[in-house]
Design a protein around this ligand. Sequence first.
Ligand code: ADP
Ligand code: MG
Length: 240
Amino acid sequence: MQYVNSASEVIEKVRKDGRVALTELESKQMLRSLGIRTTEMKLAASRDEAVALGREIGYPCVLKISSPDISHKSDAGGVKVGLAGEEDVARAYDAIISACREKFPSATVEGVTVQNMALPGLEVIIGMATDPQFGPVMMFGLGGVWVEVFKDVSFRVVPLTRYDARTAIREIRAAGLFDGYRGSEPIDTSALEDILLRVSDFVKETPSVSEMDLNPILAYAEGAIAVDARVILHPVGEDR
Ligand code: ADP
Ligand code: MG
């Protein structure tokens, strides 16, 4: 990962570019500076670079389009997971670039990020949005397709207490999944509480952040890791 030291450095860079949307890489740099685990990732600007990074990061790895203009990466054909070797990576690079060029001909494409593939876990979402009445609000729910199908989510107004975080997680209808299902171990919900609290504390102090979407986070018996992230700033001059 190309590191920066702080969330404010990321925000400064995005402002300088005249953007409000952070790329996945920038969003994850911000999360890591808050102490939230993410997959390791690096940007490749060519097929050869992607292959070299795949070798460095190890297999299986994941390739994703990196463009400030493409926010729904899989819809654009911009995500390939489970790549097992150099040939897979080279093929995935070409497939991603051509699919995204075709779908978004005028998008600025920085290249493709190469990241390690997270172990399978329970997919959850943590989000933050700015409500016109309540200000920043945190959302928690099941991730993946389930969020769209069941709309099984809970909300809490920022700033959250530990109790708010715990009850937000427990009150979704599917909360039974966290206790372990089909013989699997229970999910480490305290790791999810920590993420809710870190994001809540961060947005409370950072009025330029308008939206955050950690979707999905993979939750495990021990810990949790954000595999996708997207942060949006308020337009210049419209901070909270
Ligand atoms: P989108 O922009 O379409 O939301 P994502 O980055 O969320 O793209 O990738 C789509 C899906 O691919 C995720 O929901 C997750 O299931 C899987 N995925 C993405 N990145 C990884 C990763 N590093 N490790 C494991 N699975 C991943
Ligand atoms: Mg996603």
